[in-house]
Design a protein around this ligand. Structure first.
Ligand code: HEC
Length: 338
């Protein structure tokens, strides 16, 4: 093996790589574009590109073409006959290019999620902590999406079937990266874990801040799933407590139509129809065992074990996802593992 390589070809390669990366839109570009969109476009096209005074831009059929170049043309020159103003004087070509790329990405995401949302479609794993290979308090994300969690005061112990995290009222596992990388606004999702509580109160998993977010928690042993939308709480709660010091599988679901459901050991124990989609991806961290936005931050901390924490895009139900729930909840005799 040649250790020194050819300096010239390495420089060339570095040059090519630099070009490739320069051409690819970066996260900073996307953030700029998002801001420009909010300032100059959202008034007509809606804050989430969903439409308002003008048509939405997350669509499959475009009047003037949906490729980035045609989108850029629409922005630059406007479509005066339809009432779309020209932005060639207000924005640079660079900004217009970023906006066009941003719109294309959002349109693709919306199409993927509507396919995901189609009933019977397989939910897609957005995050999974199964607590294998935890090193130096870093919890790998087994979904492959790199939402590595950080353990703050907790330890890994043997769980029911996999490793579990033991939390004693002060610990959490937390990550911020979900907020940046996972779009949860306006779509179905499911979140939950295998739980063995040693106290009847505590947050299983939560995400968000004072305005938008969700929290799956026990209160006097009774599972609750709350979604906060622009500060307003929508909630579904079970009727019976789960057993302290026993394993139960608990999951909260925002359904395809936006209704909330609560699953305990794969059974739907409560549901409300009122649409409760998140208005935006929660800005606060994703947190296992606690809730960053609870005013008394430690009062609802989890006591006991949590195993196999998962977040999915899409609504999981016993009727349609036997295999998935059979694997996640693994309850002998639950009848869902066919
Ligand atoms: C004053 C309202 C208004 C503003 C502000 C506005 N648009 Fe539009 N836009 C329209 C209307 C009206 C149309 C054409 C018909 C429709 O789609 O409703 C349109 C069409 C478009 C189209 C073409 C859609 C297609 O189907 O081909 C794109 C792309 C677009 N706008 C992007 C933008 C972007 C990006 C901004 C911000 C820089 C922006 N618009 C700001 C009103 C507006």
């Amino acid at each position: 093996m040649r250790l020194h390589g050819d300096a010239r070809s390495r420089t060339l390669l570095a040059g090519v790589a630099a070009l490739l990366f320069a051409a690819a839109p970066t996260r900073a570009d996307a953030e700029n574009a998002e801001q420009t969109f909010a300032q100059k476009c959202a008034y007509c096209h809606g804050a989430r590109l969903e439409g308002g005074r003008a048509a939405g831009l997350v669509k499959e059929v475009w009047l003037y073409g949906g490729d980035p170049a045609s989108i850029a043309d629409s922005i630059r020159g406007g479509r005066p006959s339809d009432g779309m103003p020209a932005f060639r004087d207000a924005l640079t070509d660079g900004e217009i290019g970023e906006l066009a790329a941003f719109i294309r990405v959002k349109a693709d995401e919306a199409q993927r999620s509507s396919r995901r949302g189609a009933s019977g479609a397989e939910p897609e794993l957005a995050l999974q902590y199964d607590f294998y290979d935890v090193q130096a308090s870093q919890v790998p994300d087994s979904s492959g999406r790199n939402h590595t969690g950080t353990i703050v005061a907790g330890r890994i112990v043997d769980g029911r079937r996999k490793p579990a995290i033991q939390l004693e009222g002060t610990g959490v596992v937390t990550t911020d990266s979900l907020t940046r990388d996972v779009d949860l606004a306006g779509r179905a999702m499911s979140v939950g874990a295998m739980c063995k509580p040693s106290a009847p109160d505590g947050v299983i998993v939560s995400m968000g801040d004072a305005a938008d977010g969700f929290s799956l928690y026990l209160q006097e042993g009774v599972p609750h799933f709350a979604v906060r939308i622009k500060g307003e709480i929508h909630e579904v709660a079970g009727t019976d407590p789960i057993q302290v010091d026993q394993w139960s599988h608990v999951a909260g679901v925002i359904g395809e139509e936006g209704g909330l459901a609560l699953l305990v050991d794969t059974w739907t124990v409560a549901a409300v129809k009122r649409p409760s989609f998140l208005a935006r991806t929660p800005a606060g961290p994703f947190m296992v065992g606690g809730d960053a936005s609870t005013p008394a931050a430690t009062s609802r901390r989890w006591h006991g074990l949590l195993e196999d924490v998962r977040l999915y895009w899409g609504a999981i139900s016993r009727n349609t996802h036997h295999e998935l729930l059979g694997d996640w909840a693994d309850r002998p005799g639950c009848g869902c593992h066919r």
